[in-house]
Design a protein around this ligand. Sequence first.
Ligand code: HEM
Length: 213
Amino acid sequence: MTSLATRITGSSNRHVGLHHGMGHVPPAIHPEVLHAARAELDAKIGQGRLAEEEDIPNLPYLNCIINETLRLYPAVPLLVPHESSQDCTVGGYDVPRGTMLLANAWAIHRDPNTWDEPEEFKPERFQCEGGKKEAGLRMLPFGSGRRKCPGEGLAMRLNGLALATLIHCFEWEKLPGEEVDMTEGPGLTMPMAKPMEVVCTPRHTMLHALSQL
Ligand code: HEM
């Protein structure tokens, strides 16, 4: 059985979401999250095969982890600049036609007036019926309206598949003596300031499935 130190860096939206997601999963940080996600994977998929795209909608807790990660670490924190096509009033402010508008999704996702314990990583907050839909406009990682991200469905499935595989097949531990630093770095897509480095070891029970790759 081999162990390797993994360095996950983010250059695309998908990688940013993924490595922030994994940053929360190593047992030393949130062991209960890792164990709950793995229990769901083992119960729904078993240990004889890898997760497939069709499995992802049937893994509600895994999707909660991804939603909670996108809430705390939206990959595009100010969304994309928009321009008002006509004079309008937003929240009591008069906005002339032609004004550049930025929606601060990062701040909306951490608003203490609308979220319970907004700074806490609690995937189960999305477990209520309706999940992310229930959150409405408090949750904008993909924007909203007619210019919202058309890749949301694909992104959720790809993130789901990658995260499911990493949790299902590997044990995750911090490097000895080191904490995972979740500090955000500069940049439009909110990368981690320090790339995450953790130790991952194949799960013994998943070696057969992994060897089929
Ligand atoms: C986790 C992954 C992703 C996140 C967080 C994300 C987020 C966003 C956001 C916030 C916007 C701007 C929405 C707005 O204007 O308010 C956007 C736009 C867009 N995204 Fe994504 N995206 C992701 C993945 C993808 C993927 C996989 C694709 C394509 C396969 C994609 C294609 C697009 C396109 C074409 C637009 C421009 C839409 C328009 O202006 O009409 N995105 N995305």
